[in-house]
Design a protein around this ligand. Structure first.
Ligand code: XMP
Length: 318
């Protein structure tokens, strides 16, 4: 019978046997899959696991620092690389959703390759690939591995792609990954984290990206997500986030007319992201959250709630 404990024992001993004294590099995304894969490898090979966590400048508010601290607290050998400026430069002036994804994928590979090249004599690339990623080769599960997969067939291979691949979660579904993480005593909040796309807030800022728009969306998203947690709604939602729309709308504040940004809130229920229903959040929650966003976040004067299901809408707007 499969149990999380037996999976951990068997996988750790298989990894020890397979990897011996070799060095392994792994890209952490902050998400569940790459984090659980890292913990298994850490148990097997300790300091020979070299983790890289890249800040693309498109993470949630304060997430880079808090996730990095959390990884360090777990004892992982992790290097944080703040490449925000490089990503934002590559995105400047770009509005097309697929071109934004491509630019982010390209810069990620450049940054990761630079870092992997600094690890002397590294032999393996570890990935947090899970079973649904294997069966739907077009991965939409987020994180560095998804980014790598959709780009590694374009042009010459970066050096790190010549490494041997190790994927300890390849046979597991998401809920099994969470159970394996729990059996290694990993943090509940980390294991329960919503899926988040690899390109991050770039595909939730419709149109072109500027540092100011990133700031606005981070603030809005933080109010929404914090409130979901406060109201005990976070765990019953599969994924939630805010979208910055490329329109200004007229409002009024005091005696002044305003002409500011509109944001959409989105929360969905799903099991695998392939189909999704919008969540019937309590009106009182929406009312309080909307007021808080408009009062706190400079530059926003209107909030709407997305009541579209997938299909025909997708979860992300881009
Ligand atoms: P859609 O919008 O296609 O999203 O309904 C389904 C799931 O995939 C995530 N998603 C992505 N993940 N890179 C990723 O790593 C992407 O380009 C990407 N686009 C969408 C989305 O957040 C949802 O969980």
């Amino acid at each position: 019978d499969w149990t999380p404990d037996s999976f951990v024992d068997e996988t750790v001993s298989a990894l020890k046997h397979q990897l011996k004294d070799d060095k392994v590099v792994l890209g952490l995304s902050g998400g569940v899959d790459s984090s659980v894969a890292a913990m298994l490898l850490h148990k097997a090979i300790g300091e020979n696991l070299y983790c890289i966590f890249v800040n693309n400048g498109l993470l949630r508010k304060n997430e880079y620092q808090s996730v990095l601290d959390q990884y360090q607290g777990m004892g992982l050998n992790v290097k944080g690389v703040d490449a925000s400026a490089r990503f934002l430069d590559a995105l400047a002036g770009e509005s097309d959703p697929e071109k934004k994804r491509k630019a982010i994928g390209r810069v990620f590979i450049e940054v990761f390759d630079d870092e992997a090249n600094q690890i002397e004599d590294v032999k393996w690339l570890a990935q947090g690939t899970i079973y649904p990623d294997v069966i739907e080769s077009v991965s939409a599960t987020g994180g560095p591995s998804a980014t790598i997969k959709s780009h590694h067939n374009v042009g010459g291979l970066p050096d790190f792609m010549k490494l041997k691949i190790v994927e300890p979660l390849k046979a597991l579904f998401k809920d099994e990954v969470r159970r394996v993480g729990a059996s290694m005593n990993m943090d509940k909040a980390l294991l329960g984290r919503h899926p988040f796309p690899g390109p991050g807030l770039a595909i939730r800022i419709l149109g072109d990206i500027t540092p100011e728009k990133v700031r606005i969306l981070q603030e809005v998203d933080a109010v929404f997500i914090d409130n979901l947690k406060k109201w005990n709604l976070y765990d019953s939602v599969w994924q939630a986030g805010a979208i910055l729309l490329p329109v200004n709308s007229v409002g009024v504040m005091g005696d002044e007319r305003t002409y500011e940004k509109c944001v959409a809130l989105r929360a969905v229920e799903s099991t695998d992201g392939m189909t999704a229903d919008w969540v019937n959040l309590p009106y009182e929650f929406l009312q309080k959250t909307s007021n808080e966003i408009i009062n706190k976040v400079k530059g926003v004067n209107r909030v709407v709630y997305d009541i579209s299901s997938k299909p025909p809408a997708t979860i992300e707007w881009e």
